[in-house]
Design a binder for this molecule. Structure first.
Ligand code: WT7
Length: 622
């Protein structure tokens, strides 16, 4: 604890000196900075004037050391195939693919969409882009063609990197057809590079689509990392906000790399001989920072698993941990809850004694899930690291440092060095011990989002205006007498479904595109496994509708518009939606209805109270 406090105080007292020291120790720079931080809220520039390259730090610098033949990526495919890519081999594959991109004319500042299954070629594509300064945006394979199209268009991408498909629950999930569908309205795209994973029949459009293995025939192994400015954009990752349009969160080079490399070591107590596994999908920020960039920059062995946790049975994860003697395991509360339901005999039939540390991310971990994770998986030996952070923060912000900070189940405990969180009321005043309020971050940190792609105004408005000069997280929290932080959940119209962020407005915009729908209001309903479930209230246009069939149609419609993970649990048809006098839908009331079936909160601004009574009673009749 003393060590942590000392580090924390040094960072607080002289952040520039602290981050300069970390950056110097953890990262290779081609050129040093003239200034650590240039901060003109909300614009931050970290390590001003410095030059570095993320791929160089993840690969080149390691192959000159004892890590040359260390496994960098340990891959297990869902069908059971495995690959062990050493740092040397990963470097070779990245250089070859980068040389292909370069020879096709792609260069620093161009934008590429990466839409792939969880196979090593996904990080290879990311690292090849990073090597040349091509800004990549990974789109989670579960997103639909519509969602993919919106991202390609918003980013103005000229290149799409994809695969024929991947494996999930024993079946092929095709990706290329979604790309074809998306590209009917994406004139910016010149090339589609397709990796052959499953070998199933794939239609290739001549003049546009290229097989990865064909291009590799002409690859070279001479393609040096470009010396990029510290603020050169590394990637854009789309996440849900409070409107129907996803936000392209921009992360840049030097600060991001410094922060995630440091937190990788602090939070996971990483040792040279560790085998580390984060079970997230690389399509989310967790995968970017703590499967790919953080672990590789730190020289770790990072495990990638392609498929579902229940394939072929509910012990797949425990099998993987036993097989590779995994030491550090990082997953989400929603997955833990899904596994608890299946019974202890699944983990109990495997030797999990290699585990040393367990991590959690994505939502608050409830006491029952914490207890099970601790007892059944960690055998009461392994600390549980509850890490709070966001797509926008780039890296872990609040988390115990194992060995130093004692855990309390359900609390993310204390902030990382250099992170100054606070809990405030609507006017920006600190609320004091044990009081609920808005979680903000008072000072800039190196891996903070730099902007929303193409929309700096929205960036400023969403994150930097509520409390001037401070970053507004959108989460509610409280701090206890020991200074520990307890995250209470979102304060905006953002749902958290299985640890995936989903905006109510995004689902609403999808619904109102359907010809039968007049209006829609969407809220998160508490759900035992997924945390929240998507619950939709829908009013229909005039017509003779078969509610049962239409309900099914609308669920599929949302899955098609956004992705299968967004498929609503419930569609409730109603004659009217509760609104304020100014016409705003009162989602708060709908939330109460789906949670308690009654409304107790303040309804003084409600236009038509009878609507609410009807919505609440409707469910009882069902
Ligand atoms: C939101 C961010 C960070 C990667 C995964 C999600 C919630 C995240 C925790 C935690 C309580 C958490 C917050 C946050 N959240 N981790 N340990 N305890 N809540 O990234 O999609 O950007 O979502 O997830 O509400 O704002 P994301």
């Amino acid at each position: 604890m003393e060590g942590y406090l000392d580090l924390y105080r040094r960072a607080e007292n002289d952040p520039d000196a602290f981050w300069a020291e970390v950056a110097e120790r953890e990262i290779h720079w081609f050129e040093k900075w003239s200034q650590v931080l240039d901060w003109k809220p909300p614009t931050a520039r970290w390590f001003v004037g410095a030059r570095t390259n993320v791929a160089y730090n993840c690969l080149d610098r390691h192959i000159a050391t004892h890590r040359k033949n260390k496994v960098a990526i340990l891959f297990e495919g869902e069908p059971g195939d495995q690959r062990f890519l050493t740092y040397q081999e990963l470097h070779r594959l990245v250089v070859r693919f980068a040389s292909v991109l370069k020879s096709r004319g792609y260069k620093a500042g161009d934008r590429a969409i990466v839409y792939m299954p969880m196979i090593p070629e996904l990080p290879i594509a990311m690292l090849a882009c990073a090597r040349l300064g091509i800004i990549h945006s990974v789109v989670f394979g579960g997103f639909s063609a519509e969602a993919l199209k919106a991202r390609i268009q918003d980013l103005g991408a000229t290149l799409v990197i994809t695969a024929d498909g991947g494996y999930r629950r024993g079946k092929e999930v095709k990706l290329k057809p979604a790309v074809d569908e998306a590209l009917t309205e994406c004139p910016s795209v010149r090339d589609v590079i397709v990796y052959k994973r499953t070998g199933s029949e794939t239609i290739m459009q001549s003049g546009r689509d290229l097989w990865w293995h064909d291009l590799d025939q002409h690859a070279t192994e001479d393609c040096p990392a470009v010396e990029l400015d510290s603020e050169h954009p590394l990637y854009v990752l789309y996440t849900s906000g409070t409107t129907g349009k996803p936000k392209g969160i921009l992360h840049t080079t030097g600060g991001y790399l410094t922060y995630i490399t440091a937190t990788m070591k602090w939070v996971f107590d990483l040792r040279e001989e560790d085998t580390y596994w984060c079970s997230a999908d690389i399509g989310w920020v967790t995968g970017h920072s703590y499967i790919v960039y953080g672990p590789l920059s730190a020289g770790a062995t990072t495990v990638m698993y392609e498929g579902a946790l229940d394939f072929p049975a509910f012990d797949r994860w425990w099998r993987v941990i036993e097989k590779y003697r995994i030491n550090i395991f990082y997953t989400s509360p929603t997955a833990i809850r899904a596994l608890i339901r299946q019974g202890d005999h699944w983990p109990d039939s495997h030797d999990l004694s290699s585990l040393r540390l367990l991590g959690s991310v994505g939502e608050p971990i409830n006491p029952a899930a914490w207890e099970w994770y601790h007892r059944v998986i960690g055998k009461e030996r392994c600390p549980i690291i509850d890490t709070w952070w966001q797509t926008e923060t780039g890296g872990i912000m609040i988390s115990p440092m194992p060995g130093a900070v004692a855990a309390k189940p359900g609390s993310g405990t204390l902030p990382m060095p250099g992170v100054i969180p606070d809990i405030v009321d609507l006017n920006g005043y600190e609320v004091g011990t044990d009081r609920e309020g808005y979680l903000i971050i008072r000072r800039p940190w190196p891996s903070m989002a730099r902007t929303i792609w193409g929309d700096p105004e929205r960036f400023k408005e969403q994150y930097w205006t509520r409390v001037p000069g401070a970053y507004f997280t959108g989460d509610a929290a409280r701090r206890d007498a020991d200074g520990y932080f307890w995250i209470l959940g979102r304060v905006d119209d953002v749902m958290n479904v299985s640890g995936h962020r989903l905006s109510t407005m995004e689902v609403e915009s999808a619904l109102v595109k359907h010809p039968a729908v007049a209006e829609a209001a969407v809220v998160g309903k508490p759900h035992e496994i997924t945390g929240q479930a998507v619950c939709c209230f829908v009013t229909l246009k005039k017509g003779d509708w078969d509610h049962e069939k239409l309900g099914q149609d609308l669920r599929n419609w949302v899955a098609h518009e956004i992705g299968a993970f967004a498929r609503p649990n419930e569609i409730r048809f109603t004659d009217a939606l509760p609104k304020t006098r100014s016409g705003k839908i009162m989602r708060r009331l709908l939330r109460e209805i789906v949670t308690n079936n009654t409304v107790a909160g303040d309804v003084t601004t409600l236009e038509d109270m009878s609507v609410v009574t009807k919505l609440a009673s409707q469910h009882d009749e069902d």
